[in-house]
Design a protein around this ligand. Structure first.
Ligand SMILES: NC(=O)c1ccc[n+]([C@@H]2O[C@H](COP(=O)([O-])OP(=O)(O)OC[C@H]3O[C@@H](n4cnc5c(N)ncnc54)[C@H](OP(=O)(O)O)[C@@H]3O)[C@@H](O)[C@H]2O)c1
Length: 484
């Protein structure tokens, strides 16, 4: 057996280095010899057992499996499953230790493997120099790019003003008003972000109308954005200036140019996913993630009914549910939207403007009904949702585009021994560890094509009212963005 060992000091705190390395698919961002990489299946990229399938710049393909990961010990072990390079029984361990001053990291990387006779030296050199020493240099460069990337110059530490959109009173799109806001320099645990794109969500409409007390007149709207980290406050270890990040969080305030938010609530955007795509999928894709993987774990053969299947959430949920083996039925209001819904994974589409879909759902599912209903319709869909439920079906009410859901009778679900849930994305994303897992799975779904982001329109920040009108008119498809 060959043994290769290398180590290096990295000029960054251990939590920062570990946050990068523990993501088994992060090497595309920092390793100079890695050209492309993806995690197989639908696995988060920090889950033990996940497999990364990557191509080196010289064209060689390698599949490696993560076989152990300890956040406590900052250690991970992985092995090669198969490769174009003749490294047999290759097992490698990465181990980090804090250097005594606390701000730097000792990185130890070692492996054992077998090689064909006569190629021991060549292949040990390739691993030790090309992979390990190249990796140390690549990560140093990546971190330095981040430190230089923010370009704040003299503005470091100073408040930054930007344009924003507030609602001056509750009402229609006409109540939206341009205002100026100040993003203070980040305090402990905070990051300041220059927004690149802002996701518009139906919840923004509910809040603007006064249907949900999540913001008060005068407040800036918006719960989602992507952009570049300008600076970070003390104790922030998960991102550095220059990182591209996305977030979905309360309180409202994302309809603006620059914003300071808690670092624990942001997720780094992987290379290969641009900022607009990230803003189009983050909140809605995380919602699809919890709907299909958490609140109801979809299994092959189930029937999933997705309302507004050509919309922001609908397109993502439909495609994802199909990839999990479900039969997907979508409802939409026009034939044009039906085409979009089919393109995004619906096996059957019911075109109805009047919320009459139960008969069609029962027909399409051979009388079974829906095991999961993803319902953003609210009031007008109640009758047909109840009639569409499969035995033990799960009706998940996520929104109320047609009006507030009336109280349900206590015996409303007994005819199908069914379940009703009313989840909220922000409860799922509140815990940083769960958010990281959800975001990892979402990025993976985007990169592997399981969900296909659809940007239905881009609007300047000052045209937010126009974007709201379009969303409420039922004419939009996919996700709408504001570009500051
Ligand atoms: N609880 C959560 O965690 C969570 C998270 C994300 C989203 N949501 C909810 O999911 C739903 C979809 O959100 P989204 O942001 O992706 O919006 P969207 O689906 O892009 O737009 C809303 C769609 O709802 C349909 N709709 C039906 N009746 C309507 C009416 N009377 N007025 C307006 N639209 C109507 C329309 O599609 P058709 O014309 O094709 O019917 C419309 O395009 C919303 O209810 C939202 O609140 C909930």
């Amino acid at each position: 057996m060959q043994r290769v060992t290398r180590s290096a000091i990295i000029d960054a705190p251990i939590d920062r280095v570990w946050a990068i390395l523990r993501d088994f698919n992060s090497h595309t961002a920092w390793h100079p010899v890695v050209a492309e990489s993806g995690i197989e299946g639908d696995e988060p990229s920090d889950r033990v057992g996940c497999v990364r399938n990557f191509t080196l710049r010289d064209g060689a393909r390698i599949r490696e499996q993560l076989i152990a990961l300890s956040d406590r010990d900052h250690r991970m072990t992985y092995c090669i499953l198969d490769a174009d390079v003749p490294l047999e029984r290759y097992v490698a361990t990465v181990q980090l230790k804090p250097v005594t001053d606390g701000n730097r990291t000792f990185w130890h990387w070692q492996s054992t493997f077998r090689t064909p006779r006569g190629r021991e030296r060549e292949l040990s050199e390739m691993v030790g120099v090309g992979v390990y020493e190249g990796g140390f240099a690549g990560l140093r460069q990546y971190l330095a790019r981040g430190r230089a990337g923010a370009g704040l110059g003299d503005a470091r530490g100073a408040p930054i003003e930007s344009d924003a959109i507030a609602f001056e009173r509750t009402g229609g799109p006409e109540v939206l008003r341009p205002v100026r806001v100040v993003a203070n320099a980040p305090g402990p645990g905070e990051v300041r972000i220059r927004h690149a794109a802002i996701g518009i969500n139906y919840v923004d409409v509910y809040i603007r109308r006064g249907w949900m007390p999540l913001a008060a007149p005068g407040d800036v709207l918006g719960v989602e954005a992507s952009g570049v980290v300008l600076d970070v406050g003390p104790d922030v270890t998960n991102v550095i200036p220059g990182d591209r990040v996305a977030y979905a969080l309360l309180p409202c305030g994302s309809y603006c140019g620059v914003r300071t938010v808690p670092a624990a609530q942001v997720a780094r955007i992987p290379d290969g996913i641009d900022n607009e795509t990230a803003a189009a999928v983050f909140l809605k894709g995380l919602t699809a993630e919890y709907l299909l993987h958490r609140i109801h774990r979809v299994v092959p053969g189930e029937v999933v009914l997705v309302h507004a299947a050509a919309g922001g959430l609908g397109t993502l949920a439909a495609g994802w549910a199909r990839s999990l083996g479900a039969t997907v039925i979508g409802t939409v209001s026009t034939d044009e939207k039906a085409r979009t819904a089919r393109d995004h994974g619906c096996h059957h589409v019911v075109v109805t403007r009047e919320y009459n879909f139960a008969d069609a759902v029962l027909r399409a599912s051979g009388g079974r009904g829906a095991d999961l209903i993803v319902d953003g319709l609210g009031e007008r869909g109640v009758r047909d949702n109840l009639a569409s439920l499969a035995l033990f079906g799960h009706w998940v009410s996520v929104g109320q585009a047609s009006g507030a859901l009336p109280p349900l009778a206590s015996d409303a679900l007994v005819h199908r021994s069914a379940t009703f849930s009313q989840p909220v994305i922000f409860h799922y994303t509140a815990d940083p560890a769960r958010l990281a897992e959800m975001a990892g799975r979402l990025w993976q779904a985007v990169q592997s094509g399981v969900v296909r982001p659809e940007i239905g329109g881009r609007f300047e920040l000052g045209s937010a009212a126009e974007a709201h009108r379009l969303l409420e008119s039922r004419a939009s498809r996919g996700a709408l963005l504001l570009v500051p």
